[in-house]
Design a protein around this ligand. Structure first.
Ligand SMILES: [Mg+2]
Length: 252
């Protein structure tokens, strides 16, 4: 029996960096009547709020069953229904010195490889305190541009990742969302976050069902599958919506 449904965000619940559709917002609301729901993403808490939480039409009690794990589970937020506020449960922050060094390595390596975007849409490198994220075209690039870039550079991305990782021993370097590379403390990935969630709710991993679009080896959802959590591979929010229709069909 599943108690928690956990989801990656970009390309699993929503188009990359976009709000969830009306259909998905309704499905998540229905899920919150029966399950705890977790969103775990390389993105920030602000992105989880604007892409998902602000789109939900649910009671404070339902929202109290929502678990927000931004920056690959390096941070964990829950809603306090009485206080009406989101509360930070923990944060695995990087030091200022580490962050400055990471930013240098990401920029220099991208320039050396000729993949540094000269006219980005927004910042290329974002300091998320517990995670540094390099978005090849900038944070605000249009989804279609990001998908085109990801296709064009699909063989280059692992090379970039490896070159950056070589220069950052002791840190975790991961291929993130559509165009992003994420750096966190070692051992902190989505499996770490899901492990924390399992502890916090005092459940077993058999009680969690996870949905992700990057469950293949090397993908940022892969660690969750590897820890033995039942995982469903999707290739966009529409596939997730079909699967949730099925879940709710047997639940309601
Ligand atoms: Mg994804």
């Amino acid at each position: 029996m599943k108690k928690v449904l956990a989801f990656d965000l970009d390309d699993t619940l929503a188009v990359t960096k976009s709000p969830v559709s009306d259909r998905m917002a309704v499905l998540l609301g229905r899920l919150l009547e029966h399950y705890d729901v977790c969103v775990i993403t390389g993105g920030t808490f602000k992105q989880i709020r604007s892409q998902v939480i602000d789109r939900l039409n649910v009671s404070p009690q339902q929202l109290a069953r929502f678990h927000a794990m931004p920056t690959c589970g390096t941070r964990y937020y829950r809603y306090d229904a009485l206080g009406g506020e989101w509360e930070l449960q923990y944060a695995e922050d990087l030091s200022e010195k580490e962050r400055a060094h990471i930013v240098d390595v990401l920029e220099k390596t991208a320039k050396d490889m000729g993949i540094w975007c000269e006219e980005p849409a927004g910042e290329i490198i974002e300091d998320r305190i517990s995670q540094i994220t390099m978005s090849a075209l900038g944070q605000q690039a249009a989804p279609e541009d990001k998908y085109a870039w990801a296709e064009k550079f699909k063989d280059v991305r692992p090379v970039y990742r490896d070159k950056v990782a070589e220069q950052l021993p002791g840190l975790e370097v991961r291929i993130g969302g559509t165009t992003s590379t994420d750096i966190t403390r070692p051992g902190i990935d989505k499996a770490y976050g899901i492990g924390k969630l399992i502890d916090a709710l005092d459940i077993s991993k058999d009680e969690v069902l996870f949905f992700g679009d990057k469950l293949n080896e090397g993908g940022n959802d892969y660690p969750v599958k590897m820890m033995g959590v039942d995982s469903i591979a999707v290739d966009g929010w529409e596939t997730t919506a079909y699967a949730l229709d099925g879940v709710l069909g047997v639940t309601e």
